[in-house]
Design a protein around this ligand. Structure first.
Ligand code: FAD
Length: 499
């Protein structure tokens, strides 16, 4: 880590070196500001890099590779049984995190950002105490709070050494029977990792469905796949008691008023995260977190204190690294007096299950909740040539649009590589594109991305590869669609075709 930070005053103090804080530091320094970044851990990168996005995706990649290799047997690929060397796997995952954290150190060093190691607390609205190697006072002109989030704990089993996602990512062991409490994206991703490593995985979810937030038709595809890999998925079920016993733990689960005891060797608690706003000294400022601990901000990232900004997981909205980074850039630009605001029309969300699930902008469920009438075009991957060559036909792309203007309001997908493809949907929503815009955009063949164009065609009622509903005899053909951006009446120099 870059050291220094002996400065006693700075133009911009940033608390937290995650994807919100370090990105804000770089942007502010690039815009000519003097920046001190305060981080209490010995490495930069925050939850995302050290115990979140990156190590989880490294492990997911490995178990998916093994799964793909096994599935390739039916394509004629033969090999002896795969084996997994856990030490090598841990070393490989750690090496990715190490090289990325070193990369962040280098980026900050080149920008002249000072790094102060220790825990920061507000003394008042322009001074921080930093409790690190030696207590330090830092006076700032502007401050960005980027302290991220921490795991939620369960009331049951408080005193027991249950795993959080951070412990699970270190793979201390592969328990024969693993209970995952929580059917959100972290629970499912980690459950699939351990199922791939050989654990018998049970998932308990309090709500009636997994992955709240995503549309059910998309989630159903993931659930079907998880049911094949997991031992059991219990929804509408609540863990009421956890006791040490048997080879590990005896867990009492309540379902529809009935309590049943189950034995597990290890338990992973993945019941959400809460913002890190405790013990920050906010009571010495005008900032009052809401009852869940989040700090309200305006579109510029400003809090109730004019010179204090908040970004990332401490602010309301989805707890995602790319949201934190975008907010970090906005706050830095506002501090540097640039006209900037968080105006993203869509924040993509990705679940790295198998198949992957991704959505952006409005979901069908949100549209229904808001009483909006929308047009939905769905294209099943079973009709995609590329999906067939991959042997991955489970899934679909759907486009949610305004029925009058054709404007794309949201995109959802489940299938191979959708974590990459969702960027096209986000761009479409951000730019206010219409279904016709996507239809007339040539997508490369054969790729899964064609399914986005195909879904747009379905939404516009002129799909080539999906049969239209049968027309009663004598009914008129469907509306022909042309490029909505053309206003010149068609192909120059051509006579009008006879109708
Ligand atoms: P953080 O990354 O949490 O960084 C905050 C930093 O502030 C930390 O380093 C902390 O040590 C430091 N800090 C806190 N308090 C103080 C203090 N008082 N003084 C000094 N330093 C302090 N998001 C995605 O977008 N995609 C994913 O695939 C994804 N996968 C995830 C998987 C897992 C298992 C987990 C747990 C999270 C995942 N996330 C993912 C969420 C993502 O990690 C967070 O949304 C993101 O890290 C938030 O960034 P942040 O900068 O707000 O906070």
């Amino acid at each position: 880590m870059v050291t220094g930070g002996q400065r006693e005053e700075t133009e911009v103090a940033i608390i937290g070196g995650g994807p919100g804080g370090y990105v804000a530091a770089i942007r502010a320094a690039d815009l000519g500001k003097e920046v001190v970044l305060i981080e209490e851990r010995d490495r930069l990168g925050g939850t995302c890099l050290i115990e979140g996005c990156i190590p989880s995706k490294a492990l997911i990649n490995v178990v998916e590779l093994a799964e793909t290799a096994r599935a390739a047997r039916k394509m004629g690929l033969t090999f002896s049984e795969l084996s997994m060397n856990l030490d090598a796997l841990r070393r490989w995952s750690d090496s990715i995190v190490d090289s990325l954290t070193r990369g962040i150190d280098g980026l900050l060093k080149r920008r002249g950002v000072d790094i102060l190691r220790g825990r920061a607390r507000f003394d008042d609205n322009h001074t921080l105490s930093v409790d690190g190697a030696g207590p330090t006072k830092l006076t700032f002109r502007n401050c960005i709070i980027a302290t991220g989030s921490d795991i939620n704990r369960l009331p049951a089993g408080q005193q027991l050494p249950l795993w959080s996602s951070a412990e699970a990512l270190r793979i201390p062991e592969v328990p024969p029977r693993l209970l995952v409490i929580g059917g959100g994206y972290i629970g499912l991703e980690m459950g699939l990792v351990y199922a791939g490593l050989g654990s018998q995985v049970t998932v308990v979810e309090f709500f009636p469905r997994l992955l709240p937030g995503a549309d059910l038709d998309l989630v159903d595809v993931v659930v079907r796949s998880c049911e094949k890999r997991f031992h059991e998925i219990m929804t509408e079920s609540r863990v009421v008691e956890i006791q040490k016993g048997g080879a590990g733990y005896v867990v009492t689960v309540e379902y529809q008023g009935q309590k049943n005891a189950h034995e597990f060797d290890q338990i992973l608690v993945a019941v959400g995260r809460r913002p890190n706003t405790d013990n920050l000294g906010l009571e010495h400022t005008a900032i009052r977190p809401d009852k869940r601990g989040f700090i309200e901000v305006n579109p510029c990232g400003r809090t109730a204190e004019e010179r204090i900004y908040a970004i990332g997981d401490v602010t309301p909205g989805p707890m995602l690294a790319h949201k934190a980074s975008r907010e970090g850039k906005v706050a830095a630009e506002v501090i540097a007096n640039h006209p900037s605001a968080f105006e993203s029309r869509a924040i993509p969300a990705v679940v790295f299950t198998d198949p992957e699930l991704a959505w952006t902008g409005l979901t069908e469920r949100e549209a229904a909740d808001q009483g909006l009438t929308v047009n939905v075009g769905r294209f099943p991957l079973a009709a995609s040539g590329r999906a067939r060559t991959l042997g991955r036909t489970d899934g679909m792309v759907k486009i949610i649009s305004d029925p009058d203007s054709g404007r794309i309001l949201g995109v959802g997908m489940v299938g191979p590589h959708v974590s990459e493809l969702i960027a096209e949907g986000t761009l479409a929503v951000q730019l206010g594109a219409t279904v016709e815009d996507i239809m007339v955009t040539i997508h490369p063949h054969p790729t899964v991305s064609e399914a986005i164009m195909e879904a747009a065609e379905v939404a516009a009622g002129s799909s080539v590869h999906i049969n239209p509903p049968r027309r009663p005899q004598g009914a008129v053909a469907m509306r022909a669609h042309v490029n909505p951006r053309r206003t010149d009446g068609g192909c120059e120099g051509c006579p009008a075709a006879e109708s």
